[in-house]
Design a protein around this ligand. Structure first.
Ligand code: SAH
Length: 431
């Protein structure tokens, strides 16, 4: 770093050091001092102006304080378990009794603009939510099941610094039961299948072999299957979200049915060379739009003229669709998404909905530098919202082989979310 090092790069350096420290604590890699030493060895000593030095010293003091504080935290394993509420209504959902008294605590350094909103699967391995919350200013996650918003369950945790008063729902509210959402299934639905709502929409679907096996088993048993058959069929239907589409005939959801359940416009993921398998993957990873929109609805009164968004891990644009459906103009969206398929889907939605703002794509979050972000921010005056859910591949219950928590090759990208959020917030504080 030289005398001319832009402030953003300094912040990135500090942030990288801080990141290194945190990952050290987490993963037992290089120590903090080693990391700085290494950095100086590679980049030469850090020369800077008095002003920059003061800023740098201040940041370092803060980091050291934070480090000492974290070191003093007792390793109490009970503390690491974040208890999931039952029912999973977060800080409240429409038409349900308010949750028992909770205390919402947002530390001063996490208050205000840029607002941030982070999402991931609620049922992550032990300690994961505790760690994510520790990195995101110790804010308590809000755990919400989307079954309170639509006809399918989706248990997710959200860490954010948004106000929680006077939230409003997207209108029209979506159907809340299977039969309302998928009326064509009603005539074939056997009375012994008591499901009113679907399970979580996943990235893969039940096989043709399975649906054939179920058809044969039910057909063989005549009008009233034996309890053992019923049990097997219901178990498989629940596991794979199968619906009744003909006499004794079950099938997986169609992509357009998933789009509807997840709150996306019809054909959102269809066409443009996108395969059905890809549609299932991207829909299974997406936000449930009505749920997220409920939380984001408070932004409407704060940003009546529109919003500048840094959308991390954008996927098929759950955040963008939610903001648009809330009637919040998207002035600028910087989207970071590695999948070309997802970028195409977001871009065609953007074009089709005649967005007046600017959409900028970045690919790999690991390559996004402070310099690039600062360039974007100076063009449109900082970000109002940083939003995203980092990949849950190594966290989700469905993944038995590589469910290795935040150390997993995909889920460790959470630390990139953290890096970017710290970077942007620091840069905006020092603009
Ligand atoms: N909230 C999104 C889905 C998030 S799933 C939605 O509503 O659709 C996580 C996303 O992170 C996936 O789309 C995946 O392609 C993307 N991703 C994975 N690795 C990435 C990386 N290194 N940089 C940017 N995006 C990445």
């Amino acid at each position: 770093m030289s005398l001319d090092t832009p402030i953003a790069e300094l912040v990135e350096f500090i942030s990288a050091a801080q990141f290194a420290y945190h990952t050290d604590a987490q993963l037992g890699e290089l120590s903090y001092d080693n990391k700085i030493h290494q950095h100086q060895k590679l980049n030469g000593p850090v020369y800077m102006s008095k002003k920059k030095r003061k800023f740098y010293d201040n940041e370092m003091r803060k980091l050291q304080k934070q480090r000492k504080y974290l070191e003093k935290q007792p390793m109490d394993h009970d503390n690491e378990i974040v208890h999931l509420p039952n029912p999973m209504v977060g800080f409240g959902v429409p038409n349900q009794p308010s949750p028992v008294l909770f205390q919402r605590r947002i530390p001063d350094e996490a208050e205000g603009r840029p607002y941030f909103y982070f999402e991931n699967v609620a049922l992550a391995p032990k300690g994961v939510w505790h760690t994510m919350s520790r990195f995101l200013y110790y804010i308590d996650p809000e755990f919400v099941d989307s079954k309170f918003f639509c006809a399918a369950a989706r248990k997710r945790g959200y860490i954010h610094n948004l106000p929680i008063e006077n939230r409003s729902q997207l209108l029209p509210t979506p159907p809340s039961t299977i039969h309302e959402a998928l009326p064509h299934t009603k005539q074939y639905w056997p009375s012994w299948d008591k499901r009113m709502q679907l399970n979580c929409i996943l990235t893969c679907i039940g096989s043709a072999k399975l649906t054939d096996r179920i058809k044969k088993a039910v057909e063989k048993s005549g009008d009233e299957p034996l309890p053992g058959v019923k049990k097997y069929v219901i178990q498989q239907c629940k596991k794979w979200n199968l619906i009744w589409v003909g006499k004794n005939k079950v099938a997986p959801l169609e992509p357009h049915e998933m789009e509807m359940l997840m709150g996306f416009p019809p054909n959102h993921t269809r066409g443009g060379g996108i395969s059905r398998t890809e549609q299932y993957t991207v829909l299974g990873n997406a936000f449930q739009v009505d749920t997220v929109a409920y939380h984001l609805s408070v932004l409407k009164r704060m940003f009546p003229d529109g919003i500048s968004v840094l959308s991390l891990f954008s996927g098929i644009g759950g955040a963008e669709v939610a903001l648009h459906r809330l009637g919040i103009p998207l002035r600028n969206v910087v989207s970071v998404e590695i999948s070309e398929t997802c970028r195409k889907i977001l871009q065609s939605w953007w074009d089709e909905t005649n967005q007046q703002g600017k959409l900028i794509h970045f690919h790999d979050i690991r390559m996004v530098t402070a310099h690039e972000l600062e360039k974007c921010m100076s063009t449109f005056g900082g970000f109002d919202l940083i939003i995203g859910g980092s990949p849950c591949n190594n966290l989700a219950g469905g993944n038995r082989s590589t469910r290795n928590g935040l150390e997993g090759s995909k889920s460790c990208l959470f630390f990139e979310y953290y890096r970017i959020i710290e970077l942007v917030r620091s840069m905006m504080r020092h603009r």
